[in-house]
Design a protein around this ligand. Sequence first.
Ligand code: 9D3
Length: 226
Amino acid sequence: MRIDIITIFPKMFSAVLDESIVKRAQAKGKVKINVYDLRDYTADKHRKVDDRPFGGGSGMVICAEPVFRAVKSIMRTVRRKPHVILLCPQGKKLNQAIAKKLAKNNHLVLICGHYEGIDERVRQKLVDEEISIGDYVLTGGELPAMVLVDALTRLVPGVLGDKNSLNFESFEGNLLEYPQYTRPANFRNFLVPQVLLSGDHKKIEAWRKQQALKRTKQKRPDLLKV
Ligand code: 9D3
């Protein structure tokens, strides 16, 4: 899977792309993530990416021109048209079902929106889908783009080892995780539940299911409805 990200803050991305599972997925050739600085696609000598809004009002608006140039430049390098996503608060709220659907794409282009807003013609002419990551106000689409990259990368076949594999997830369904413990069995007189030390795998599995269900009822009853 290839993901191209267009942003005015390219440096923000190294924090996520150069660490952990996303880094390993790239090293293994499972995903290729490119970050493009919108400023590199301006045509004026001041490398201006935004301008004052027509009709007045406070703040600035990201210009259509550099965004068009960036997307077109990406498209020139491929035969098939990529799926273009704008990260913005008006978008569809990201969830695991949407992540799974997006993970089927071979090539995504992510455009990071900004607090100041983006020229509407970008939406009309370039964008296939708008995605938000939730109902709270951020300063831009950069963190949401990283959230999306993280959520999608782990869904690409071969990225996760068998250990944390996805089969397990679908098997468990919409439940929260059961309580987990590691050594020591006695930590400052807080003891690990006896059943986990019993070696009885049937009993352990039943206990974990029951705990997961109890937790979900308590903390996230909304996951059990539908
Ligand atoms: C509330 C009115 N607006 C500001 C003048 C709208 C606004 C536009 C852009 C508010 C924040 C932003 C910046 N955020 C994003 O670009 C964004 C975002 C978010 O803020 N929350 C959750 N998901 C996303 S995806 C992109």
